[in-house]
Design a protein around this ligand. Structure first.
Ligand code: ARG
Length: 470
């Protein structure tokens, strides 16, 4: 192959940049990942140039043919990237130039400023599709774990596994494990929607903005926008070449998704301790200790939790780069790529690994049932019972607190207080207290409250999600 010459320098330069400067400023070592988008953009641009009469049809066809060849070579790993050619755009254009004479006309009415903005928007748009597929995958895994918490006990009508719900990491009230898992499905759904939103805002064509001020040549911006699947063209050439909001939005959406994954990881880490013992994560997604033979560590959950730090860092890095940039394109903007690529890779891999980890996770029914059988978890329901009999809630709250204290003093469980003791605490406490202190009853009492852990509600939610995620 003929050696490719740098094409970025005009006739005004006498020497090239120094070796050190070239190494410092090259971006092809990471922006090569834009090659598909760069080639798609160039094909659209060449087609448009032919349509408005700047290229002949023959020139257009040769350019497109050459670009497609280059794309295949890159995909198959047969293309040599040259750092001296700085970036993906110039590597591809230089390669084209050695093959197709008309290649010298391709950059007509285009600047690398609108070119890179176009590539980045296309890349973000494409990557969002992958992120969304992975979000759906994890949602499905969560739903299927929720399904695995269905149970059939001989002497109980509980159909879903209950666990203690926590606030302040202190046992609060009984919930269903499925309800807890569905909370993550909801979070992931908001993440999904944020990416939809981000994709829509990214989906505007900057092509034709040129370096900053458009062009005097008779180009057709709608043509290229349509060819690339953009829904519209940018309104302002200055904004078009300097805007990286869509990257900041992607990074924010990724960071928030990462935080959701990190919270999920934290629950899994806690639940898999001997102290809790609510879940077991299979060997495929846990590791051993090099020193302590008995250990099974939730490393994968921990790694995911740790990687959320990178997602946050990448967002901060991009925002800091954008802050204080004067209009319009500044080379600082080249720094948008590494955080973007890193966040995309980190998020997509974490979503996928987490889906596998959830598939490899199961609840330990016995442990959960024992934990949830603590009757004090139903203190609030007991207070509600007095409320139904006309006692103001604040007073009922106080009264139940006294019952908890009394049981503690006597070294008994709350449901082991005698009828006379209940009556002494409050005359409105009767035999029905035992019913109030039953987990199944407590959950049934929530069956008609939308959004609550009642079994009917959870059944409804599961049906909704299974249909949606089908
Ligand atoms: N590699 C550059 C970037 O990522 C491409 C645009 C360069 N434009 C320029 N005027 N030097 O930002």
């Amino acid at each position: 192959m003929a050696t490719r010459k740098p094409i970025s320098r005009s006739g005004r330069f006498q020497t090239g940049p120094s070796e050190e400067v070239r190494a410092y400023s090259e971006s092809v070592s990471f922006d090569w990942r834009l090659y598909r988008q760069d080639i798609a953009g160039s094909i659209a641009h060449a087609s448009m140039l032919a349509k408005v009469g700047i290229l002949t049809r023959r020139e257009r066809d040769q350019i497109i043919e050459g670009l497609k060849q280059i794309e295949t070579e890159i995909t198959e790993g047969r293309f040599t990237w040259e750092p001296d050619l700085e970036d993906v755009h110039m590597n591809i254009e230089a390669a084209l130039t050695t093959r197709v004479p008309a290649a010298a006309k391709l950059h007509t009415a285009r600047s690398r400023n609108d070119q890179v903005a176009t590539d980045m928007r296309l890349w973000v748009r494409d990557e969002i599709r992958l992120v969304q597929t992975r979000i759906r995958g994890l949602q499905r895994a969560l739903i299927s774990l929720a399904e695995r918490t269905r149970m059939h006990l001989p002497h109980s009508e509980l159909r879903f596994l209950p666990i203690p719900g926590y606030t302040h990491l202190q046992r609060a009230q009984p919930i269903l494990a499925a309800h807890h898992l569905l909370a993550y499905v909801e979070m992931l759904e908001r993440d999904f929607d944020r990416f939809v939103d981000c994709s829509q805002r990214a989906n505007v064509s900057p092509l034709g903005a040129g370096a900053i001020a458009g062009t005097t040549l008779p180009i057709n911006r709608s043509f290229t926008a349509k060819a690339l699947g953009f829904h519209s063209v940018s309104n302002n050439s200055i904004d078009a070449v300097s805007d990286r909001d869509f990257i900041a939005e992607f990074l924010f959406s990724a960071a928030l998704s990462g935080i959701h994954l990190s919270r999920l990881a934290e629950d899994l880490v806690i639940w898999s301790t001997v102290e809790f013992g609510y879940i077991t994560i299979n060997d495929t997604h846990t590791t051993g200790s090099s020193l302590m033979p008995q250990k099974k560590n939730p490393d994968i959950a921990e790694l995911g939790r740790g990687k959320s730090g990178r997602l946050l860092g990448n967002l901060m890095s991009a925002l800091a780069t954008l802050k204080g940039l004067p209009m319009t394109y500044n080379r600082d903007l080249q720094e948008d790529k590494e955080p973007l690529f890193d966040s995309a890779d980190t998020l997509t891999s974490t979503l996928s690994v987490f889906a596998g980890m959830i598939d490899a996770t199961n609840f330990n029914q016995e442990k959960c049932l024992t934990a949830v059988s603590d009757p004090t978890l139903l203190s609030t329901d007991l207070a509600d019972h007095l409320v139904r009999k006309g006692v103001p809630f604040r007073e009922a709250h106080h009264v139940v607190g006294e019952a908890v204290k009394l049981a503690e003093q006597k070294g008994r469980k709350l449901d082991e207080l005698q009828p006379s003791e209940w009556h002494h605490i409050h005359p409105l406490f009767g035999a029905e207290v035992t019913k109030c202190l039953n987990v199944h009853e407590a959950l049934c009492a929530r069956d008609n409250l939308p959004g609550s852990p009642g079994q009917k509600q959870v059944e409804k939610q599961l049906a909704f999600w299974k249909k949606k995620l089908r």
